[in-house]
Write a protein that binds this ligand. Structure first.
Ligand SMILES: Cc1cc2nc3c(=O)[nH]c(=O)nc-3n(C[C@H](O)[C@H](O)[C@H](O)COP(=O)(O)O)c2cc1C
Length: 178
């Protein structure tokens, strides 16, 4: 999907002691954003509520990462993921997100919730940036969207398998190697 905002190439950061929080409905439309979300993304609360979460999507993010995210949460499982987001200025900020489904009194999924911390910069630089660049390049070899996501997912799965741990273990075992 084309995005009217152009990436600036500038990275912005938020304090390790703070969380960027959002909640969405079942379709991924924002129902809640905390102050830090608004501040770092550069939108007012009113501009964000009701918008699809892809409002902060960065074009460098592989589609297959979001497929993995949605496959987990729609199947009632939490997921941890590194995500590069884009502010209204085109600046970007990396997050380590924990996304969970929320359940209504009827036991059905009522929406989703994401808490994001600041990731260790060296994990982003040494592991995530090269991995996502490779996965994005693999996705771009396919004209068909479904094939692109399938190929990207295979590349992600192969990477996890090569580390000989589960996906969740991998997310937490990426060592800071400053
Ligand atoms: C709770 C929740 C949090 C999300 N957080 C982000 C996020 O921080 N950045 C992002 O690009 N997409 C996020 N997504 C995924 C988006 O809904 C969407 O799948 C993604 O931006 C890809 O959009 P596209 O398919 O329109 O390209 C989140 C989804 C949910 C349900």
């Amino acid at each position: 999907m084309s995005h009217p905002i152009k990436p600036s190439g500038r990275e912005v950061f938020f304090p390790a002691s703070e969380l960027i929080v959002s909640k969405t409905d079942q379709k991924g439309r924002l129902t809640y954003v905390n102050r830090l979300f608004c501040k770092i993304a550069g939108y007012s609360e009113a501009e964000l509520i009701g918008q699809p979460h892809s409002i902060v999507r960065h074009p460098d993010m592989p589609r297959s990462v979001f497929r993995l995210l949605w496959d987990s949460i729609e199947n009632r499982r939490e997921i941890f993921a590194y995500v590069k987001n884009m502010a209204v200025t085109g600046d970007h900020y990396w997050v380590f997100a924990h996304v969970t489904p929320s359940f209504g009194a009827d036991g059905k999924i009522a929406g989703y919730h994401s808490n994001r911390r600041a990731p260790a910069p060296d994990i982003i630089k040494k592991t995530i940036v090269p991995l996502y660049a490779e996965v994005l390049a693999i996705e771009r070899r396919h004209a068909n969207g479904k094939d692109a996501v399938a190929a990207g997912q295979k590349a992600l799965t192969d990477f996890v398998a090569s580390q000989k741990v589960s996906y969740d273990e991998l997310m937490f075992s990426l060592k800071s190697a400053a």
